[in-house]
Design a protein around this ligand. Sequence first.
Ligand SMILES: *Cc1c(COP(=O)(O)O)cnc(C)c1O
Length: 373
Amino acid sequence: MNKLEKPIQVTKAFLPPLEEYVNMLREIWENSWVTNNGPLHNRLQEELTNYLKVSDCTLFTNGHLALDIAIKALKLEGEVITTPFTFASTTHAIVMNNLIPVFCDINMSDYTIDVHKIEELITDKTSAIIPVHVFGSPCDINAIEEIARKHNLKVIYDAAHAFGVEINGKGIGSYGDISMFSLHATKVYNTIEGGLLTYNNSDLKTKLNLLKNFGISGYEEVDEIGLNAKMNEFQAAMGILNLKYIDDQISKRKNIANIYRNGLKNLNGIKMVADKKNVEHNYAYFPIVIDEGKCGITRDQLFDSLREVNVMTRKYFYPLTTEFACYKGKYKDNHLHNAKYVAERVLTLPIYGELSEEDAYKIVELVCNIFNK
Ligand SMILES: *Cc1c(COP(=O)(O)O)cnc(C)c1O
């Protein structure tokens, strides 16, 4: 099969029908309320609390600032255990708060934190664990909760990828002290840019609202050293509309994932992440790990060959955050064997709700051709 006529990107932001957004704009114009806890912001916050099946949620202008504020709200100190197989945001949020990231390796089944390697990294300076539900796969939340309780540590989940994921019918955001979801255009559900924190301790609500608005508590009072991380009404409008389509989007993603799984399962040297029992997945990404020893082709060769036929994939996450110029050599990383192995071999295939079945089958065929060359 030849090159595709039009390039297929690795993801594509979901946009609601334009007329629907225009109608929401009319509402904003009528209210003349564009930001600072406007009516659409409040409505979306309530709708998302229900949708995510969590007890509380607070909205932010993006996921990164939400994570930054979560760390500030819990007053973390000293060392924080986390993983390097993630987006820059996770490590940056830790370091920007003057904390020391202590990197834990990942497991080989879903690339989340290896819970068997956490305890050996705990010292008397450790204050928290910040694991990542990478690609939307839930971490081993029970093991993490047990370790946290035993050592009196806080847990903040980077759930940027995990919008809509449930375990035994419970929202994934109900685990740990706080979870951060990103609502960026490239994520499963978007508010253009956006983020939110979920938590069970309702005392956090006031604190988070203060921190996202300069710490201002009254006309003449400022109680906290806060920043500006509020979600505006234009973002909230997008969120309210996109929420109507999210279930349909996730089921379309699931269909694409199944086409890939069936189409690629007989290829030697491609490893895929399996669905878990009792987990409602969101199919945020479709990562494959390429074993050159078994298929005679490297990840980079597959990346280049797919690019030549107009299929854009992503080396996600590569490099590890410990390899970034700003972090290299600063933290212990010679024990991160699985993280290094996966970062060098992982590729994410295009997946989004509006990707047609036809294109998904073409991508399967193109991958098979490259493998059988
Ligand atoms: C996208 C992402 C973030 C940051 O979220 P933004 O909304 O883009 O600020 C943090 N962590 C991970 C793992 C992400 O993928």
